[in-house]
Design a binder for this molecule. Structure first.
Ligand code: JFZ
Length: 459
C-alpha cells in the first residue's frame, strides 16, 4: 500500500486474527445458515399468487401493508419445532456451526426483545414461555456445534429506520434507530453469551454507510461483552463509507462475508490470504422457505453442494449452507435428504475439508479442487468434474516428487502413473455419484515432506 488515509473507524488490525476462537472457526469450514421467521409461513405465496423472488422479501414483492404482515405473528405456533432434531440434522450434515437469523429485514425478532413489539413473545409459540433461541443454542452446543447470531440492521418495521438521512428529522430518527439496534445487540449478547459471534446484514444503505462510527462501536461493544466474539465484515463501514474493506484496503471485522451465492475465482490467490466465508442458498435465490415449483426446480444436488464446499476450502474459506425450515418448524424433506448425502460424503472424506485450506504452490485443476492439510503437507485431490478421458492430471510443485497417493473414504484400488515434468496421471471414475478424493504426499529432494507455514494450520 502506498498511500495511507488516516481513519478513526477503519480496520482494527492489518493481520488476520490468530487466537483460539478464530482458529476454530477457520478449521470448521462448513457451517449451517438458517433463515427462519414469519416469511416461512406464506413461503413466497400471498393471496393466491406466487412470487418467485426470495421468500423473505415477500412483504416487498407482494406489497403487503406492515400491519397485515405483522398479523402473521398470530400464526407463528411452530408446532413441529424441535431444536434437538435440527441440531442432530446439522451434525449429520457435517456442519460445525450454525448461523441463525435473529431478526431479518421485516423486523420480526426470534427472541423476546424488550425493545420491539414484533417478537416471538407476541406469537402463540412465545406465549408458552419457551425461549426458541436458547433452545437452539443449547441443542447445537450439545452436539458440539458453535452458534452465531445473524442480525439485519435494515429494518422495515421500525419507524425510525431510514435508507438515507436527508433532513434534521431523519437525523434525529436515525440516531434513535441506531440506539435501538445497539440496545438489541447488547440484549442478544447479554442473553446469549455462549454464542461465538455475530453475522450482520442489511448495512448497505447510505444511512449506515454515513455512520461508520456506529459499526465500529457495535463491534467493540460485542467484543467487550463476549471476549473474542467473531464479527463479519458486512457490519462495517469506515469514516468515508467504505464497506468490508476500509479506505486503506484493510479488511474490517474478522472475516470477509462478501461472497454471497458465488465463490472466488479458482485463480484468485489474494483471497487465500484472508479469512472469508461464503454463504450459499440451496435453491437459486431464496433464503427463506419457498414453495414455488419454479424455485424448487433450481435446487442444488448433493454433488453440486459438495463441489461448492470443496471449492470454498480450496481457496481457504468457509461455506455457510442455507436451510429454510417451513412455517411449522420442520426442516423440509429435500433439505433433510441433502444433509444426509452431503453428510455421508463429509463423514468419509472430511479429512480433505476440515482444518484444510489452500494448497500453496499447486496448480488449480480444471477437474475439481485441491485442498491442503498444512500440518502434514498432504494435498487432497477432490474430483468434482471428472474429465471424459477418465484421467485427471495432477502437477506436483517444483522441487518435489510423489511419495504416495491413496484414496480417501474407500479402499478401491488406485491407478496413478508419475510422468515427466512432475505430472501424475490419475485414473478417475467418471460415473462416481459423489466426488472421489485422493490424498497426495510429496517429498522434496532432501526427502522431507513439503509443509507450508500457513495460517490455516490448526494447532
Ligand atoms: C441479504 C438479505 O437481503 C437476504 O435476505 C439474505 O439474508 C442474505 C444472506 O443477505 O442479501 C444480500 C446481501 C448481500 C448481497 C446480496 C444479497 N451482496 O453483497 O451481493
Amino acid at each position: 500500500m502506498t498511500q495511507t488515509v488516516s481513519l478513526k473507524y477503519g480496520a482494527q488490525r492489518t493481520q488476520r486474527r490468530d487466537d483460539r476462537r478464530m482458529r476454530d472457526f477457520r478449521s470448521d469450514r462448513v457451517g449451517q445458515f438458517i433463515h427462519w421467521g414469519l416469511y416461512a409461513i406464506p413461503a413466497g405465496r400471498w393471496k393466491g399468487r406466487t412470487y418467485d423472488f426470495a421468500a423473505e422479501f415477500l412483504p416487498k414483492s407482494a406489497d403487503i401493508a406492515p400491519a397485515e404482515w405483522e398479523r402473521l405473528a398470530d400464526e407463528f405456533a411452530a408446532p413441529d419445532f424441535d431444536a434437538t432434531e435440527w441440531a442432530r440434522m446439522a451434525k449429520q450434515l457435517g456442519a460445525r456451526y450454525l448461523t441463525i437469523t435473529t431478526k431479518h429485514h421485516d423486523g420480526f425478532c426470534l427472541w423476546p426483545s424488550e425493545h420491539s413489539d414484533l417478537t416471538i413473545a407476541q406469537t402463540p409459540f412465545g406465549r408458552t414461555g419457551r425461549d426458541l433461541l436458547a433452545e437452539l443454542i443449547d441443542a447445537y452446543t450439545n452436539e458440539g456445534l458453535s452458534v452465531h447470531l445473524y442480525y439485519s440492521v435494515l429494518d422495515w418495521h421500525h419507524p425510525d429506520w431510514r435508507y438515507r438521512v436527508e433532513t434534521p428529522e431523519d437525523e434525529a430518527a436515525f440516531v434513535r434507530y441506531l440506539e435501538f439496534a445497539s440496545a438489541q445487540l447488547r440484549e442478544l449478547a447479554t442473553r446469549y453469551p455462549q454464542v461465538r459471534g455475530f453475522w450482520f446484514d442489511g448495512t448497505w444503505d447510505a444511512s449506515v454507510k454515513d455512520n461508520g462510527w456506529w459499526t465500529l462501536e457495535v463491534e467493540t461493544m460485542l467484543k467487550d461483552l463476549i471476549p473474542g466474539a467473531l464479527v463479519n465484515s458486512r457490519l462495517r463501514a469506515d469514516d468515508h463509507g467504505a464497506r468490508h474493506f476500509d479506505s486503506n484496503g484493510s479488511m474490517m471485522g474478522d472475516f470477509e462475508s462478501g461472497f454471497e451465492r458465488r465463490l472466488p475465482n479458482p485463480w484468485d490467490t489474494a483471497v487465500t490470504e484472508r479469512d472469508w466465508e461464503a454463504c450459499m442458498t440451496l435453491t437459486q435465490g431464496s433464503w427463506g422457505r419457498h414453495v414455488s415449483t419454479r424455485v424448487e426446480a433450481t435446487r442444488k444436488s448433493p454433488a453440486e453442494v459438495t463441489e461448492l464446499i470443496a471449492h470454498a476450502v480450496s481457496r481457504g474459506g468457509n461455506i455457510l449452507l442455507n436451510f429454510g425450515p417451513d412455517g411449522r418448524g420442520s426442516i423440509v424433506p429435500e433439505e433433510r435428504a441433502l444433509a444426509e448425502s452431503v453428510g455421508e460424503w463429509l463423514a468419509n472424506c472430511g479429512e480433505a475439508i476440515y482444518g484444510c485450506g489452500f494448497a500453496t504452490g499447486w496448480i488449480p485443476p480444471t477437474w475439481g479442487h485441491l485442498t491442503a492439510d498444512n500440518r502434514t503437507g498432504t494435498v487432497y485431490a477432490i474430483v468434482t468434474n471428472p474429465p471424459v478421458s477418465g484421467v485427471a492430471l495432477v502437477h506436483v510443485p517444483e522441487g518435489t516428487t510423489l511419495a504416495s497417493i491413496t484414496r480417501v473414504g474407500s479402499d478401491a484400488p488406485i491407478e496413478a502413473v508419475e510422468r515427466e515434468q512432475r505430472q501424475i496421471a490419475l485414473t478417475v471414475d467418471r460415473t462416481a455419484p459423489m466426488p472421489e478424493v485422493f490424498a497426495i504426499a510429496v517429498v522434496t529432494a532432501e526427502g522431507r515432506p513439503r509443509t507450508e507455514v500457513n495460517p490455516d494450520v490448526v494447532t
